[in-house]
Design a protein around this ligand. Structure first.
Ligand SMILES: CC(C)(COP(=O)(O)OP(=O)(O)OC[C@H]1O[C@@H](n2cnc3c(N)ncnc32)[C@H](O)[C@@H]1OP(=O)(O)O)[C@@H](O)C(=O)NCCC(=O)NCCS
Length: 178
């Protein structure tokens, strides 16, 4: 898998040993974990390792560690699934690194990557209370397509979600980082 660069970030393939960073950043942040659909709660080193192994197995998708380009510091993760032509986007940024535009920048870079892979649209879902997540999506050209209910076993079953999509073809000019 490739290494993706943007002005402040390097997105590199996620590896099982990144579990230590998941546990360090998400272990003390259950509220953040519960905004995601599948990250284990509680986010222990062992549970995170299992999650990473599953999500980086062949055919699982394209998932990257979000690291700081200058310091190399691990700050979060981002990725999308592998269904043909489409992909579901997921991401998190550790609490100490939020509100600095890193999620916005990482999503922008991932959308460019997806376009290079010939993916035509990316889908994303958020819980309605996750205003920051809705914001980073809309800042990257995602549009809200509706509200729905989905069974999310790791989050207690049926949950209301907001659905977003970005059509990648034809959005040239915005996503130009290589
Ligand atoms: C959602 C998340 C990835 C955002 O990461 P981030 O690096 O802080 O995002 P950015 O700094 O790029 O942008 C955050 C935007 O949300 C806005 N925002 C933050 N909290 C907000 C709130 N409570 N209400 C409205 N907007 C809010 C910020 O103002 C900013 O928008 P702006 O640039 O227009 O001012 C991060 O909060 C996170 O990891 N949360 C826990 C996991 C999660 O929710 N993952 C997504 C699952 S769908």
């Amino acid at each position: 898998m490739e290494i993706l660069k943007s002005p402040r970030l390097i997105l590199r393939p996620l590896i099982p040993n990144d579990a230590v960073h998941f546990a360090r950043l998400l272990g003390p942040d259950p509220a953040g974990v519960r905004m995601t659909a599948t990250i284990p709660d509680p986010c222990t080193d062992e549970a995170a390792r299992e999650w990473i192994v599953q999500n980086t197995s062949p055919g699982a998708g394209h998932i990257f560690a979000v690291t700081h380009a200058q310091s190399g510091e691990f700050m979060g993760a981002i990725g999308f699934g592998d269904s043909p032509g489409n992909g579901d986007l997921g991401y998190w940024i550790g609490k100490p690194f939020r509100e600095k535009g890193y999620a916005t920048e990482a999503i922008r870079r991932i959308v460019t990557h997806a376009s290079h892979l010939g993916i035509r649209r990316l889908f994303a879902e958020t819980f309605p209370t996750n205003l920051a997540s809705s914001r980073v999506l809309t800042k990257n050209g995602f549009r809200l397509t509706g509200r729905g209910t989905r069974n999310i076993p790791a989050r207690g079953g049926q949950r209301t979600i907001l659905k977003y999509v970005v059509e990648i073809q034809g959005c040239s000019g915005q996503n130009t980082w290589k």
